[in-house]
Write a protein that binds this ligand. Structure first.
Ligand code: GSH
Length: 254
């Protein structure tokens, strides 16, 4: 696994015959695919790329230059987190992550769809705070309320059921980042226990899902990276990414 975010001019690491995911350590979409790879117990390599100075070879795997992209055979890739995740779930049917019932699969997709406005409010709050409107805060809380209502109606530990599934792993990377907003002075974006008791219990359960534990980062770490990116100088290599970590910022190696 490459430890640093590779940039223009850096060589493509050699292919080891495993699935290979091109990612950026702080990208929520890339995290979705990492979580699915982890949850399915698949072996894979990760290559982190600097999105401000993209290595030329990134475009061989991802024509738009976005991450994640999955190299499923040497030199052959697909991109987009949802496309990658459904492919992985169907190609490797052990430990299925999508619901078996077509209606439930449709409902899960609707949960993700209905959550999109909250994600977009998060991006405005995190990276474009001067454009923040009351409607963003409203959309954010509508998204959280919708999620909490769904948990209440389903009555299960996770949205998928007793175990986290596709829908949980698709939403989670954003919830993980939402927790950083109050640390960045966005108190209106706090997920208060009093209003969101069930959602808070769910968030704690998600932090303990093994697939998540292996990759998630503490709110302080997300806040630090987000602030560096909002200033226009993203500190891609602020972690020692050779070691995955859970909820603890790790010290950078000199
Ligand atoms: N719809 C895509 C979105 C991926 C995406 O926007 N990734 C961002 C990083 S978080 C990216 O690659 N940005 C680089 C760019 O747009 O040039 C997915 O789900 O994979």
């Amino acid at each position: 696994m490459s430890e640093k975010h590779l940039k223009a001019g850096d060589a493509l690491p050699s292919f080891n015959g495993k699935l290979r995911l091109f990612a950026m350590r702080f990208c929520p979409y890339a995290e979705r695919s990492v979580l699915v790879l982890n949850a399915k117990g698949l072996e894979y390599d990760l290559v982190f790329v600097n999105l401000d100075h993209k290595p030329e070879w990134l475009f061989n795997f991802s024509p738009k230059g976005t991450v994640p992209a999955l190299e499923y055979e040497q030199g052959k890739a697909i991109f987009d987190s949802n496309i990658i995740n459904v492919y992985l779930d169907e190609k490797y049917p052990d430990k299925p992550l999508q619901a078996s019932d077509p209606l439930r699969r449709a409902q899960d997709k609707l949960i993700v769809e209905n959550f999109a406005a909250a994600q977009s409010a998060y991006y405005t709050a995190a990276f474009n705070a001067q454009a923040l409107q009351p409607s963003h805060i409203e959309n954010y809380h509508k998204g959280l309320e919708g999620l909490q209502k769904e948990l209440e109606v389903r009555g299960t530990k996770f949205l998928h059921g007793d175990e986290a599934g596709w829908v949980d792993l698709t939403i989670w990377p954003f919830l993980e980042r939402f927790l950083a907003l109050p640390l960045m002075g966005k108190a209106e974006f706090a997920i208060d226990q009093s209003k969101y008791a069930l959602l808070t219990t769910y968030i704690e359960a998600m932090k303990n899902v093994p697939a998540v534990k292996l990759y998630c980062l503490a709110p302080e770490t997300h806040a630090k990276f987000t602030e560096s990116r909002a200033k226009g100088d993203p500190d891609y290599n602020m972690l020692d990414t050779s070691a995955v970590c859970c909820m603890r910022p790790r010290k950078k190696k000199e």
